[in-house]
Design a protein around this ligand. Sequence first.
Ligand SMILES: *Cc1c(COP(=O)(O)O)cnc(C)c1O
Length: 384
Amino acid sequence: MSNDTYLPYGRQEISEQDISAVCEVLRSSWLTTGPVVEQFEEAVCRATGAEHGIAVCNGTAALHAAMAALELSPGDEVIVPSMTFAATANCILYQGGTPVFADVDPDTLLLDPAASEAAITPRTKAIIGVDYAGQPCDWAALRAIANRHGLALVADSCHAIGAEYRGKKVGTLADITLFSFHPVKHITTGEGGMAVTDDEAMARRMRVFRNHGITTDHRQREKSSAWFYEMTSLGYNYRLTDIQCALGLSQLRSLPDWIQRRNSIAALYDDAFVGKGIQPLARQVDVLHAYHLYVVRLPGVIRDRVFQHMRNAHIGVNVHYIPVHLHPYYRERLGTREGMCPNAEAAYHDILSLPMFPALTDADIARVAGTLSDYVFETLERKL
Ligand SMILES: *Cc1c(COP(=O)(O)O)cnc(C)c1O
């Protein structure tokens, strides 16, 4: 890409093969709830090592379905990190539960297991870990805590499809794992999401939940020439279409290559920032990072000035995230405030997400790294 092309922080990649796959469904007799939904669910299961996949209309709906599968009652508490997208906590409120924010590790910005354990009360039902930026949480530590206290473990892995932790794939590390297929994520269906689990009962509850709480779907009734159906719980229309699943199925083929390219891009950035006052987030040992985001910390400079400088240079940097407990809605509704999650709050002031998507060229990376390094270097020099 040329020297002043705008580089967003993330972007989809659509091939001719993807387009053909979608067109094929448009010419078929099922536009939604047809055979491609199951094919996509099975393919995601094969790719992630999970047993059951439930495709839904977005990642937030997948989180909502997971909370429904846990059968939260009003007042039940669920522990979540504050350094995440609001949807991770919102889904708990949808089902009448109460989010309890736990702090993150300052070096990785992943949910701190000790902080999670300290947040447990007799009302705690589950812990949701977020594989922030694409790096798996310390799932062994979280599993030990969940087992010790009889809690369910949920993975918001919207950043981390294709990642691995100690040789195990994301999708097999928690009781339920959620993915998003929004265009900035690793693979896309336009809008879309999926819940995966090895637990048959939870899978059944989520399947019914995505279809109004009705126990059979339209295609099943067609097959058995039956009209009768019953609604047994309160659900939603959270279905994903065959059109979208065809795109997802086609995209999934590129996932291993894309993860590899994202890791190469991260290595180029890492090298470029050595000794420049720019700190990439720490990596745990024995993980395959999915690098949805490439996040650096910029201590000693004013992040918002760096942000503006980069945007002026047509580089679409971003900030992920405002800690959820600081959003006005949470402050008003739950009384959360500054000081509750000091590591997340400190990080919020100096994090910056750099462009990270497979189509970035080595020249694009050099341009981003050079623009950032020069500016940070000059700013730090001026202070001396
Ligand atoms: C993208 C994302 C979601 C929500 O996914 P949608 O498909 O946009 O609904 C939830 N949690 C995290 C951490 C995400 O990045």
